[in-house]
Design a protein around this ligand. Structure first.
Ligand code: EPU
Length: 348
């Protein structure tokens, strides 16, 4: 084990099973945990070049490892939450990149700050949230995003990225594109709203739950409704390994959708405003082909949500990947639609 000043080096070869939500038994050459912005700045200034191929991981909730990592792993464990600025209506709150996402949602709700209640119970960390612009139940992170601070891995410089710099899209940002693997996100600042809150209850399932009571909806009740929906459909990674939606929902041209609708009359589609593209739920496509509840060894398709692949215990990353490829091919064959993984896949 190597000792780095002020750094927690966990081990030379460390199991990653408990460091990511798929629970695959793989190891890394070395795991380094960065616990403060200052420590991270020092580390990248002094050792960034040496660790340029290291993999950075937050909560590990959106990764699939198919082999042992041949590079070191750097964990973002930077904690801390604080107000940066506020007015009567709004508050800008800074969060450490290593903060657990759902704990941040709970913190915001406890302080009566609205804006992220629809994103309750999403696994992962604050630092990872902007990378793929997390979204659920009608809200995406970019809607409350103010800026983030990230450390240039090669120079150790601290850089601030505002909304316009991030190129946010559906499950997308510049940190998955041109700047992939170039920055370590140390802090994220969100613009949240004080009461009276504007709630987003456009998602049908949320309305159904809220309509069950006479009381007026609040950020707490919206959060509770989201938690209820997620718990009824999505497997808890503490009980069964998974990384949420395995695939992204594909966009296809309207003409393709119209053709499909003739053969598959129940296929759902959501036209994208201002374009000729239609978003089709990959979960429906996979479900329609009978994959839901499928299991081969310990790799499977979740029983209640076909978009989620699961590890029942001892599946290897390769087994999950093989299943994903089989599903991908069957969707291509049946609907002529290519579905892309949402999860980041690491091959050693
Ligand atoms: N559907 C099926 N069968 C299934 C799953 C879905 O027919 O097994 C149909 C549903 O009936 C519904 C449609 O597909 O008409 C959409 O399903 P759902 O509302 O469950 O949402 P999703 O498109 O499957 C997306 C996100 C989720 C997010 C939910 C709610 C992606 C890739 N996934 O799933 O995000 O929680 O919407 O907003 O965009 C994640 O990213 O890990 C994630 C869980």
């Amino acid at each position: 084990m190597r000792t780095l000043v002020n750094l927690t080096v966990l081990n030379k070869t460390t199991s990653l099973k408990n460091l990511h939500t798929f629970g695959i038994e793989v190891s890394a050459q070395e795991v380094i945990e960065l616990q403060s912005q200052e420590q991270a700045l020092n580390f990248f200034k002094n050792e960034g070049k040496q660790f340029q191929h290291a993999l950075i991981l937050g909560g590990g909730s959106n990764v699939l490892f198919t082999e042992n990592l041949q590079v070191p792993l750097i964990r973002n464990s930077i904690k801390g939450i604080g107000i940066i600025d506020e007015s009567e209506e709004e508050v800008i709150v800074g969060f450490g990149g290593g903060e657990n996402w759902h704990e941040c949602v709970k913190y915001a709700i406890a302080h009566q700050w609205g804006g992220i209640e629809n994103l309750s119970l999403i696994p992962g960390t604050m630092g990872a949230a902007p990378m793929q612009n997390i979204g659920a139940y009608g809200v995406e992170l970019e809607q409350v995003f103010e800026y983030l601070e990230a450390i240039d891995r090669m120079s150790g410089d601290l850089v601030r990225f505002y909304h316009a710099d991030c190129q946010f899209g559906y499950r997308w940002s510049i940190f998955k594109g041109n700047l992939k693997d170039k920055y370590f996100i140390s802090q994220v600042a969100l613009r949240l709203k004080k009461a009276p809150h504007q709630l987003n209850t456009s998602y049908g399932d949320i309305r159904t739950i809220l309509n069950k009571t006479e009381q007026e909806a609040t950020i707490e009740s919206v959060s509770e409704a989201v938690i209820e929906i997620r718990q009824s459909k999505l497997p808890d990674p503490r009980e069964i390994g998974n990384a949420g939606s395995f695939f992204k929902n594909p966009y296809i041209p309207q003409s393709h959708f119209t053709d499909l609708k003739k053969e598959f009359t129940k296929i759902p589609g959501y036209p994208l405003e201002g374009s000729d593209q239609v978003k089709v739920p990959a979960g429906w496509l996979i479900d329609h082909l009978g994959w839901k509840g499928y299991r081969k060894g310990d790799a499977g398709v979740h029983q209640k949500q076909a978009l989620v692949l699961v590890n029942y215990g001892d599946a290897t990353g390769k087994e999950i990947l093989d299943l994903a490829i089989e599903i991908q091919q069957s969707v291509k064959e049946a609907f002529n639609i290519h579905i892309e993984p949402e999860v980041n896949i690491y091959h050693g």
